[in-house]
Design a protein around this ligand. Structure first.
Ligand code: BES
Ligand code: ZN
Length: 696
């Protein structure tokens, strides 16, 4: 049987079975012609002139040939720190005579002679797969030439045998000593933004979405979990006793949402469609902390429309997990730093739940419009908080976010291009552009639009329409803009109103947006307390001014943010001026006294809320307090969440008092951090060293 719509560019091969290749439709597999390694970037490939690259952060040519289905067969080797397997993709061409299909890889070993190409009918074509040279953070292109002639809409199947590098940026391997139970090793993947290519060969752009199935072989008794539905609750077994776990994600997802965790895990149900997975030592604490999950899901559905993913489970990660949460479909990852004991940090779960629509269902087509994922998600997250905890809390969270935005813009500088909502990445590493800007400037933009078109009711109607319109798709900023405008018009919002939106400034101009109006009812008490504390002569403020135990955790955060704001303002006036070193000393004296008096309140030293603890230590460092080494060591060696680790090290590197201590501590604990975290701290250090000293 041949496929009449496809003309082979070389002779078809004989059919025979190849155990490596597990493509459902494939039937064949003799080795094909040897491949010569290329010597340049994608540009160096003979087909380069014909290949397109719609996403600057990827080599994929997905407007010519795109992946429409993925099958992964993987084996996890804890001894070698390697995942090896075969990635089998169904490819659809979008143009006539599409020259090749291009995948991204990063430090993967690809068995090039065994890269196979098949037609829709399963007959093999000869192909000449090749890998281009290493190209910085983007990795390499794997080019699989297609037959010389084929009509648009042709289907192919490509099978790529590969293995990961022990230092893959997508994988973190933990020894058993690094786990809570200390019985078994642990592995997790974290692919966003462009580490998917260090996990398996893929068109590693959010502009490509495909359903996937997977089988994962692990040593017994380890549990594998993926961002998908588990097909076998009880593992299949290999003849040697290893476990085989099978997964299916029926909804099309981008490569950055394909995720794997392997560990000694147990689960506990927390709702009709939810459970937590954790090591058994922590499963109860996690179940308690995240008990509101079903309420959050129901609230999110009332804002965005039906939940499309079946299950929403939570995966409690090891302490070194570098993010607060990650929205892997069906299975959100969360950092154990959320275990405050009082559910006060559960907004992170609300955030990841919101991604089930904003990001996962409707996806930014490149990382340049990351705010379409994160800004929309924060907007929905805060609406969920508003529904469950009340409007006043929604506002309080918005105020905390505003402080984060100010800090990011200050760090980059008002004119920095990464303070634009829509950024230009070129071949920069998206990790370097990561900040609060897409989150909080994006959130502020949506709040502005909401107010403009008439308030929450019509805006939530829009959000539902947005999800319906774009579900399963990847969208650009212009897709959003034109749909928003046409939808609003149809709803009767006047041109007069819509024409006032300054899209150009919001999207493409750097710096802070106009300050929004906040409902300050919950913040007033604490900002007043901060003023009393900061202005009391000789730090002799009455102790009862500060009673954090009567405040909610978010209020305490706003209180500390207000104090941080004041120290920063005081220091800003003197920091780069040698002649003002006396004044600087005075500022440190004053703030050290304030910090010490606050410290008499046991709360700040005993809280399990990591957001509070982080701000408390930051305030100490910025205030010039001496003797924080022990607390800092404890905090910085107990977690690897970049949100805390990076800014704290940055402050320490910028402080004359703690710089050396920070260098020593970092070299000591670095190997326990995720390698992306370690790299980012390293980069931050290099940049901070070049800057004048800010703190004592
Ligand atoms: N998707 C992000 C995490 C992420 C972003 C990982 C970019 C890699 C690259 C996740 O949804 C997130 O935003 N997490 C936040 C929590 C949130 C409440 C702001 C975090 O990790 O702190
Ligand atoms: Zn997010």
């Amino acid at each position: 049987m041949t496929n009449p719509s496809v003309t082979p560019f070389s002779a078809r091969l004989d059919s025979s079975s190849n155990p490596l290749i597990m493509c459902n439709t494939a039937r064949c597999g003799h080795p094909v012609a040897p491949v010569t390694a290329l010597t340049a970037g994608v540009e160096g490939h003979p087909l380069a002139a014909k290949l397109t690259r719609p996403d600057p952060s990827s080599f994929a040519n997905h407007d010519q040939a795109k992946v429409t289905d993925v099958k992964l067969d993987m084996r996890v080797n804890f001894d070698k720190h390697v995942i090896s397997g075969v990635m089998t993709a169904t490819i659809q061409t979008l143009t006539e005579n599409a020259p090749a299909v291009v995948f991204d890889i990063n430090k993967l070993t690809v068995d090039l002679p065994n890269v196979k190409l098949y037609g829709a009918d399963g007959i093999e074509f000869k192909t000449n797969a090749a890998i281009t040279n290493e190209n910085g953070p983007l990795g390499q292109a794997l080019v699989v030439p297609l037959p010389e002639t084929s009509p648009a809409q042709s289907t192919f199947c490509v099978a790529v045998p590969y293995s990961t590098h022990p230092e893959s940026s997508a994988l973190q391997w933990l020894t058993k000593e690094q786990t809570a139970g200390k019985r078994h090793p642990y592995l997790f993947t974290q692919s966003q933004a462009i580490h998917g290519r260090a996990f398996f060969p893929c068109q590693d752009t959010p502009g490509v979405k495909a359903p996937y199935t997977a089988s994962v072989t692990t040593p017994a008794p380890l549990q594998a979990l993926m961002s998908a539905i588990i097909e076998n609750e009880v593992p299949d077994k290999t003849p040697s006793g290893d476990y085989i776990w099978r997964f299916k994600q029926a909804v099309p997802v981008p490569s950055y949402l394909v995720a794997l965790t392997v560990g000694d895990l147990v689960k506990k149900d927390i709702g009709p469609r939810s459970c937590v997975w954790a090591e058994k030592e922590q499963v109860e604490a996690a179940a308690y902390e995240f008990a509101e999950t079903e309420q959050f899901l129901a609230a999110a559905e009332s804002i965005c429309g039906p939940y499309d993913w079946g299950r929403y489970d939570i995966n409690l990660m090891p302490p070194s997990y570098n993010y607060g949460g990650m929205e892997h479909p069906c299975l959100t990852n969360v950092t154990p730093t959320l275990l405050a004991g009082d559910r006060s940090l559960a907004n992170v779960v609300a955030h990841e739940i919101a991604h089930s629509w904003m990001g996962n269902l409707v996806t930014n087509s490149t990382w340049e419009s990351f705010f379409l994922n994160e800004g929309f998600t924060v907007f929905v997250e805060r609406k969920i908080i508003g529904l469950i905890r009340g409007k006043q809390y929604q506002s309080l969270h918005a105020m905390i976010g505003w402080e984060d935005l100010k800090a990011s813009v200050q760090l980059y500088g008002e004119d920095h291009p990464f303070t634009c909502l829509q950024v230009t990445l070129g071949d920069a590493d998206p990790d370097d552009a990561f900040s609060s800007v897409p989150y909080e400037k994006g959130f502020t933009f949506l709040c502005y639009l909401e107010k403009l078109i008439g308030g929450p009711q019509i805006m939530e109607e829009y959000l539902k329409a947005h999800c319906r319109q774009f579900r399963f798709k990847s969208i650009s900023t212009n897709d959003f803009k034109s749909f928003f405008l046409s939808w609003c018009k149809e709803k009767g919002v006047s041109d007069e109103i819509l024409n006032t939106i300054d899209w150009d400034t919001w999207l493409y101009k750097p710096g802070m947006p106009p300050t929004p109006e906040f409902d300050t009812s919950l913040a007033d008490e604490v900002t007043k307390a901060a003023a009393t504390v900061a202005e009391a002569p000789e730090a002799k403020f009455p102790a009862e001014v500060v009673t954090p135990r009567n405040w909610s955790a978010s209020q305490t955060i706003v209180f500390l943010d207000a104090l941080l704001d004041r120290v920063d303002t005081a220091l800003a006036a003197v920091k780069n001026d040698e002649s003002k070193s006396g004044e600087k000393e005075e500022i440190f004296k004053k703030w050290t006294a304030i910090w010490k008096r606050l410290a008499e309140n046991e709360f700040f030293n005993s809280t399990r809320n990591s957001e509070i603890r982080f701000r408390w230590l930051t305030l100490g460092v910025r205030s010039g307090v001496a003797g924080l080494e022990e607390d800092l060591t404890q905090f910085l060696s107990s977690l690897g969440r970049m949100k805390f680790v990076r800014p704290l090290y940055r402050d320490l590197f910028a402080s004359a008092r703690y710089r050396e201590f920070a260098q020593t501590l970092f070299s000591k604990v670095k190997s326990s951090y995720h390698n992306v975290c370690a790299k980012m701290v390293e980069n931050d250090r290099a940049q901070t060293v070049a800057k004048p000293t800010l703190y004592a």
